[in-house]
Design a protein around this ligand. Structure first.
Ligand code: GDP
Ligand code: MG
Length: 291
């Protein structure tokens, strides 16, 4: 957690962006894209183009990551951005291991996901093809565990922003790729209808109440030369151009200075969370889990 002890993050508002979801669904690849945006300070050319094609490769992530607990890695450097109001925000990037893979027990998955939700101001929930009832049920399990661990959630919503990121969206003719299509799909999925079973209705109401902001983005397929090539190193030219186009729209939705969501304190209501508070959260949670 040394990133949280760095002088740059003392007394600076934090934006903690994390990703969670099943194993081998391109989460780390996407975090590398966020990392690249941060490293290039959000310049219009952040992804590189023409002659400057660079690999987005996972090696970058591995080179600078610190493994914190089972399954959570935090990038070792904070990235400072300044909003047009002059407010400085330090972005912290967090990658997680897949939930429900073969090596991770259900309890461990719940732990990883719940801690991720508690520690982040923005959590990307990475899904494949579409949003399924199972995905909603898992999210409910993770978030209710997080709510239990967090004692003082009265009056405020427990978690800040959640983005459903649907990879390889399977119905682009029904709903177009991107943010707008995503919002329509999400509204449909979360809509409470009389004919639904009571449990399904409660699930939807609970999710809406737990998060301050729910968003959805429908991504096109990454391209077969990337997904089928065992030597894929993240070169831009191997990606489907439509995927690249959407990457350029999606990443600034999360990381452009104006869009950064400041992590709110759970201790002092109405104030930004401090780095010390997050360190404490990790400590308590790990203790809580081990007991
Ligand atoms: P993680 O386990 O979720 O972190 O997945 P990785 O980022 O390590 O990626 C696993 C594999 O999925 C790699 O071979 C990637 O090339 C591939 N991949 C990355 N993004 C996508 C995507 O959007 N769609 C598909 N189908 N594959 C992807
Ligand atoms: Mg990964």
């Amino acid at each position: 957690m040394s990133v949280l002890h760095r002088p740059e993050v003392r007394d600076t508002a934090l934006c903690v962006v994390s990703i969670a979801g099943a194993f081998r669904k391109g989460k780390s690849f996407f975090m590398n894209c966020l990392l690249k945006y941060c490293m290039n300070k959000g310049s219009p050319d952040w992804l590189g183009q023409g002659e400057q094609l660079q690999p987005i490769g996972g090696f970058v992530w591995r080179a600078g990551m610190e493994r914190e607990t089972t399954g959570i890695s935090i990038w070792s450097e904070p990235f400072l951005f300044t909003k047009s109001t002059g407010e400085k925000v330090a972005v912290i990037l967090m990658d997680t291991q897949g939930t429900f893979d073969l090596e991770t027990s259900a309890q461990e998955s719940t732990f990883i996901f719940a801690l991720t939700l508690l520690a982040s101001s923005v959590t990307v929930y990475n899904l494949m093809n579409q949003i399924q009832e199972d995905d909603l049920m898992n999210l409910q399990t993770f978030s209710s565990y997080g709510v239990l661990a967090q004692e003082n959630s009265q009056g405020t919503r427990s978690f800040q922003k959640l983005m459903f990121l649907v990879r390889d969206w399977s119905h682009p003719t029904d709903h177009a790729y991107g943010h707008k299509g995503g919002q329509v799909v999400l509204e449909k999925v979360l809509n409470v209808k009389e004919e639904q079973e009571p449990a399904h209705q409660r699930l939807r109401q609970g999710l809406r109440q737990s998060f301050e902001e729910l968003e959805c983005y429908l991504m096109p397929h990454i391209g077969l030369s990337a997904s089928r090539n065992p030597n894929f190193k993240g070169h831009l030219e191997q990606l489907d151009p439509l995927f690249v186009e959407h990457l350029k729209l999606l990443v600034p939705r999360l990381l452009a200075p104006e869009n950064l969501v400041v992590k709110r304190s759970c201790v002092t209501l109405g104030k930004p969370a401090t780095a010390d508070e997050l360190v404490e959260l990790f400590r308590t949670f790990i203790k809580f889990f081990n007991d």
